[in-house]
Ligand binder design. Structure first.
Ligand SMILES: [Zn+2]
Length: 165
């Protein structure tokens, strides 16, 4: 496992062939964000900062400036539900029905609307994606799975489960 110092140094480097950072300020902002978010995830999930930063860096395949964004890595706040495992999450929402924020129908897929209800899209039916530009329009459900977080460091934002209505 790489040390925090080694990881931060890798973030500073231009290792994926993109244009270099334009200023020291830009580098410092990315480093500050990476330190802050890795500490937040470590504290909330019970891992070390080194473990979290290794996990985040292992998934990075492009320039750090585009990767370390709050849209991709939002802070774990009181509105983020933490589940010990995916099974715990699945057991809490057995209906497997999720409210699409666009067409307001119930989708069986938590992140891509499959209601086939009419909507203003090319095909004329709703295909809203929770991971699209506009996310869940503030009507989603944000959660994180602790036991697989280091293999899959993702904060999920899905359509709101039916059980919460
Ligand atoms: Zn929909």
């Amino acid at each position: 496992m790489n040390s925090v110092k080694e990881l931060l140094s890798a973030i500073k480097k231009n290792s994926f062939g993109r244009s270099n950072f334009r200023s020291t300020k830009e580098v410092n902002n990315v480093i500050r964000f990476a330190i802050g978010i890795s500490l937040n995830y470590a504290n909330k999930l019970g891992y070390t900062q080194q473990e979290v930063l290794n996990a985040l860096e292992s998934k990075r395949s492009y320039w750090a400036l585009n990767y370390y964004q709050s849209s991709r890595f939002p802070k774990i706040t009181n509105n983020t539900h933490i589940y010990p495992s995916y099974t715990d999450f699945a057991c809490k929402f057995p209906s497997h029905r999720f409210r699409c924020p666009c067409c307001n129908g119930l989708s069986t897929d938590p992140s891509t609307c499959d209601t086939k209800l009419p909507a203003k899209t090319k095909s004329g039916i709703c295909d809203w994606k929770a991971y699209g530009l506009f996310g869940t329009l503030g009507k989603g459900y944000r959660f994180v799975v602790k036991d697989t977080f280091l293999e899959n460091p993702v904060i999920y934002d899905i359509f709101k489960p039916l059980e919460l209505e």
